[in-house]
Design a protein around this ligand. Structure first.
Ligand SMILES: [Zn+2]
Length: 608
């Protein structure tokens, strides 16, 4: 009896120990991370109410001493001093972004100091002669009452972002989330190995560790609206980001939910990914490369990322990595071109990225050549992406890292008589990769055919981290699906309405429901008719196209089977989207009037 009690007690203790261990393993890194706002303690402030700087929010003006999004800015005539006092003590990383602009023909000397019990230690001194932005980072031992001081001498503007102060912990206990987002990456490349049946071994190996969504839909057909959807969780016709209108401060931003626990960093190749467009919000560090035109832009990106990782031991880090490497012009490095065979050496393909060529006919041989060069670019990306993954493994942080691979849209190679992207919503454009490698290869190898959206990426990441999403987003967490539940029926949408790459292109949106894809085409805008006298006009499309993606994933022939029934069942959704588009214009979220073609369509549907 006594023996039985002992065994029961022991097994109970073991169960408690196992439970405790599991709980400890699940527990995120301790909340060592804090952000401290700098205070302006001295200076000779100038009245200066405008700035060329687009700090974190896009279009935000800097006023003297004003607290701006995630930072503090001052325009000064002689000198200024900003101070921040961390609450955290012990071995810590101090990190803050800054932007500095000397006034014309002036320079500014910046000194960053750590003051401990009245003793000042200079951490860094540098001179700035032209508008510049960057970040400061150092690992120091902090005690209570220590102060970080930024001193400037000169005349100009200084903005210091909130300082991130975080305890330095063992690499094995750190949390990492990486979102790798090569621009213009067609979703079919990993499956079909491209036009040349090349092997992409690193992508294939990564896919084995990951959950793969085989029907991931880009929310739009080009860069700016698509990435705005990734960060806002809203569809293009809801966030309404256009080249003339940044992401509004009233819109949700999913990194705001992540920030209390994670330092947030982005490296990108710029152009549309910019602070000016509001996409830098909620980033502790938002750095745009100077190598966008470099043939080895992907190598530069990953080298930059691992240099950053080595120098900045945050306990929890979110890192977003973007490159235009796969975007035209297609110029693979020599060694990747060689993989195509000797006849391809020393070739490169200029961009087809102008509106004149969206719809032009290109000889078959040229089309093939372009596609082969694109595949060589994918081969190159595969090589450097593989190098980054191996680096994470060598650094001992791959296992615990959550790594997402996505893209913002694909690329057309004449599947529907066009080139490039931004002009249509067919599979070659909307279908993008969406892989998630969870920590410890959780769920590795699972594959899903459901249509999912890039709006779902960050909600899924947040759900895994047990962080709540903001309300009013279109994306959902896919974690329940991954864990074995069925998704409740939903439509997934891709669109080019508020934000068209080219205003002479018709607006359109695409609804994915079950196995069907419905494309709603607005008429060609009236101003486009004269424009297209010079260029080949986009092919005429009916108002509604309907495809069955099971039998015709490449949308080569419209389905006639039960067409009326399916369109009727989706009509409420069409009306809802049209109402959204119209409603936002009406409520003044955009100053532009209702476009003629929108008005015509709404009238034809009896809505006006
Ligand atoms: Zn893009």
């Amino acid at each position: 009896m006594k023996r039985r009690t002992t065994v029961a007690l022991l097994s109970c203790l073991v169960a408690v120990a196992v439970g405790l261990a599991a709980w400890l393993l699940r527990k995120p890194a301790p909340a060592y991370l804090q952000r401290v706002q700098f205070a302006i303690v001295s200076g000779d402030p100038l009245r200066y109410d405008h700035s060329q700087f687009h700090w974190r929010s896009g279009g935000e003006r800097i006023r003297v001493g004003q607290e701006i999004a995630d930072g503090r800015g001052i325009a000064f005539s002689k000198n200024a001093e900003l101070q921040a006092t961390p609450r955290h003590t012990g071995k810590s990383i101090i990190f803050f972004p800054y932007a500095i602009m000397p006034f014309p023909k002036r320079s500014i000397c910046v000194t960053i100091v750590l003051r401990k019990q009245g003793q000042e230690t200079t951490l860094r001194t540098f001179n700035v002669k032209k508008k510049t932005s960057g970040y400061f980072s150092a690992v120091v031992q902090l005690t209570r009452g220590d102060t970080i001081i930024v001193k400037t001498a000169g005349q100009g503007i200084l903005i210091a972002g909130q300082a991130v102060i975080a305890g330095v912990i063992d690499p094995k206990r750190r949390q990492y989330v990486f979102v790798v987002a090569p621009d213009t990456f067609r979703g079919d490349r990993v499956e079909k190995r491209g036009h040349m049946a090349l092997n992409f071994p690193n992508l294939e190996e990564f896919a084995r560790d990951a959950v793969v969504f085989k029907n991931a839909v880009a929310p739009s057909s080009w860069t700016l609206p698509s990435f705005a959807s990734v960060f806002s969780g809203q569809y293009e016709f809801r966030h309404q980001v256009t080249p003339h209108s940044p992401l509004s401060l009233n819109k949700p931003h999913l990194l705001a939910s992540l920030r209390p626990r994670f330092a947030t960093v982005q490296f990108n190749d710029g152009v549309w990914l910019s602070a000016k467009m509001g996409l830098a919000r909620n980033h502790d560090c938002f750095l745009t490369s100077s190598w966008v035109k470099d043939i080895y832009a992907d190598r530069c990106l990953f080298a930059n990322a691992w240099n950053f990782l080595e120098a900045n031991p945050f306990p929890a880090l979110f890192m977003f990595l973007h490159t235009y490497k796969l975007h035209s012009p297609f110029e693979p490095g020599e060694e990747f071109l060689a993989a195509l065979g000797p006849e391809h050496r020393k070739r490169s393909m200029g961009t087809y990225a102008n509106e004149a060529q969206f719809n032009s006919n290109v000889p078959d041989s040229e089309r093939r050549e372009m596609e082969e060069l694109y595949d060589a670019e994918v081969l190159q990306f595969d090589h450097f992406f593989g190098g980054f993954i191996r680096y994470l493994k060598r650094a001992g942080i791959y296992e615990q890292s959550l790594i997402v691979l996505i893209s913002d849209h694909g690329e057309e190679f004449s599947e529907h008589g066009g080139w490039f992207h931004g002009h249509s919503l067919y599979r070659e454009i909307y279908h993008v990769p969406f892989f998630i490698k969870f920590p410890n290869k959780l769920y590795a190898g699972q594959r899903y055919r459901e249509f999912v959206s890039l709006c779902d990426v960050l909600p899924t990441v947040l759900d895994h981290l047990k962080i709540d999403c903001p309300p009013d987003i279109d994306g959902i967490s896919l974690l329940p699906l991954i864990q074995g539940s069925r998704l409740r029926p939903r439509t997934v949408i891709s669109s080019a309405t508020a934000s068209r790459f080219n205003n002479y292109l018709p607006q359109r949106f695409s609804i994915f429901s079950g196995p069907y894809q419905l494309i709603f085409n607005f008429p060609l805008p009236p101003q486009a008719h004269s424009y297209y006298q010079e260029y080949s006009q986009p092919p005429a499309r009916p108002e509604i196209e309907l495809y069955d993606t099971r039998s015709d994933p490449g949308e080569q022939r419209e389905t006639s089977l039960q067409r009326k029934r399916i369109i009727d069942s989706l009509r409420p959704e069409i009306i809802r989207i049209l109402k959204e588009i119209r409603g936002r214009r009406k409520t003044g979220e955009r100053t532009g009037p209702l476009l003629d073609e929108e008005e015509d369509v709404l009238r034809s549907l009896g809505y006006l």
